[in-house]
Design a protein around this ligand. Structure first.
Ligand code: RTP
Ligand code: MG
Length: 148
């Protein structure tokens, strides 16, 4: 099974969208194997977004993602990385299709409510930034047989 890292960003936590966003993933059939509310340090934010270090929006991105609590989630399922990216919608929420999380809940590129790993490689790297090994739990859902 594939795993991916999702962050519910500070804008969405403050707007009390956490349960709505989590519900979408649970309803889809993805399994929550890691979950926590946390305040990200500047250092961890810079590590998480290292690929954007040289971009002009990097400083704003780091200050936004550290501006309040986030919810970090590890989701597990077949093709979890791609499934989550599809459910999130495009980076600019004004272009994002209705029915996607960004399409339904956001209007601004810098306040696009959610992060999802963009590859299996990124997911493995990012999960380690946010979760200790013993914070990602393996368990069996009652409904597994009804999904796959
Ligand atoms: P994320 O990493 O947050 O899941 O978003 P993403 O993959 O869809 O987009 P990415 O290219 O990784 O960009 C990371 C975040 O930076 C902000 N951004 N600002 N031109 C700009 O001002 C600009 N481009 C990107 C967005 O908030 C994006 O989520
Ligand atoms: Mg990205």
């Amino acid at each position: 099974m594939e795993r991916t890292l999702v962050l519910i960003k500070p804008d969405a936590v403050k707007r009390q969208l956490t349960s709505k966003i989590l519900s979408r993933f649970e309803d889809k059939g993805l399994k929550i194997v890691g979950l926590k509310l946390m305040q990200l340090s500047k250092e961890k934010a810079m590590e998480h977004y290292a690929e954007h270090k040289k971009k002009p929006f990097f400083d704003n991105l780091v200050s936004f993602i550290t501006s309040g609590p986030i919810v970090a989630i590890v989701l597990e399922g077949k093709d979890a990385v791609t499934v989550v990216r599809t459910m999130m919608g495009t980076t600019n929420p004004r272009d994002a299709a209705p029915g996607t999380i960004r399409g339904d809940f956001a209007m601004d590129l810098g306040r696009n409510v959610i992060h999802g790993s963009d590859s299996v490689y990124s997911a493995e790297r990012e999960i380690k930034i946010f979760f200790e090994e013993d914070e990602v739990l393996d368990y069996e859902r009652v409904i597994d047989k009804d999904i796959y």
